[in-house]
Design a protein around this ligand. Structure first.
Ligand code: ATP
Length: 280
């Protein structure tokens, strides 16, 4: 199968600077990704194994994909992106083929990252649909077993596997098959929570960095008033505010002012539910 359906975003310029907050998650990711490459000799000396798989889990729109891209950008590792939903929706055999080809390519371009977004789409079907939908359940089983075989292959072959890391993301960790979370597979679990007020402040700073923000704008106060907003919501809020400024002044707009942020905030809706925040 053609690999053109997976995208190689290694030339992306996303860096850790583009991520507001989440310092703990960043640090853990750096450890998992960069240490085994940068300190390869020490790892060998101490008998340490590099992690083969990391699972990022948490509510939608809260930085998982951005973290994966920044991790790749910062470590100089090549990044291949696969979508679990896409793999699952393919014709019989095609999803497995694509997955195998993606692993092969990752091994050839090591050190590299294979990012599987929405991994629950591959292995969540079984738990949710159970026996009532044996067609999708078969597809799940086949793709899951291909994934497990490939990940186990990474572990047993020491030369080729150097520096191949599987990074997966999900909003529904509870539906994942336990086999996927065993040692040597996705055994580093990183929770990416909804951003708290301090993190929202950092995210607002990132997204207003390129804007001429007026003196009267208090990003910290905005952060406190944006409960249940995701990183994606905050990015939209900044864009909306700038658009308000543009609408008002059209070609003469030079600043994004407090009142523009206020107008944007008046129509903005948070994506996260009270329930999602409570669970975090
Ligand atoms: P999904 O589960 O829906 O795939 P996700 O958790 O992968 O979501 P991202 O795709 O990383 O979320 O985030 C969506 C957008 O929100 C990003 O393109 C980015 O602009 C913005 N964003 C999210 N988190 C942050 C952050 N911590 N700092 C800056 N921008 C962020």
């Amino acid at each position: 199968p053609s690999l053109s359906r997976s995208s190689d975003v290694s030339l992306d310029t996303v860096s850790w600077r583009d991520i507001g907050g989440y310092n703990k998650v960043k640090e853990r990711l750096q450890q998992a990704l960069e240490w085994p490459v940068q300190h390869a000799d020490a790892f060998k000396r101490l008998g340490l194994h590099a992690p083969r798989g990391v699972l990022l889990y948490g509510p939608p729109g809260c930085s998982k994909t951005t973290l994966a891209r920044a991790a790749a950008g910062a470590s100089g590792m090549r990044l291949q992106v696969l979508s679990g939903a896409q793999l699952f929706s393919m014709y019989v055999g095609e999803g497995e083929g694509l997955l195998r080809a993606a692993f092969q390519r990752s091994r050839m371009t090591a050190p590299s990252i294979l990012f599987i977004d929405e991994i629950d789409a591959i292995v969540g079907g079984r738990a949710e649909e159970g026996a009532s939908s044996s067609g999708s359940s078969d597809a799940s089983t086949r793709i899951l077993s291909t994934l497990l075989t490939e990940m186990d292959g990474l572990e047993s072959s020491t030369v080729l596997s150097t520096g191949v890391l599987v990074l997966a993301a999900t909003n529904r960790p509870h539906v994942l098959d336990a086999a996927l979370l065993r040692p040597g597979r996705l055994d580093v679990l990183l929770y990416v929570p909804p951003p708290d007020s301090e993190e929202r402040h950092e995210i607002l700073k990132v997204h207003s960095r390129g804007m001429p923000v007026a003196q009267d704008v208090d990003l910290q106060a905005l952060a406190q008033r944006t409960d249940r907003f995701t990183g994606a919501d905050l990015s939209n809020l900044c864009q909306e505010a700038a658009l308000m400024g543009l609408r008002e002044g059209m070609d003469h707009a030079t600043e994004v002012k407090r009142m523009h942020f206020e107008s944007a905030l008046a129509v903005a809706q948070p994506s996260l539910s009270v329930e999602q925040i409570r669970r975090s």
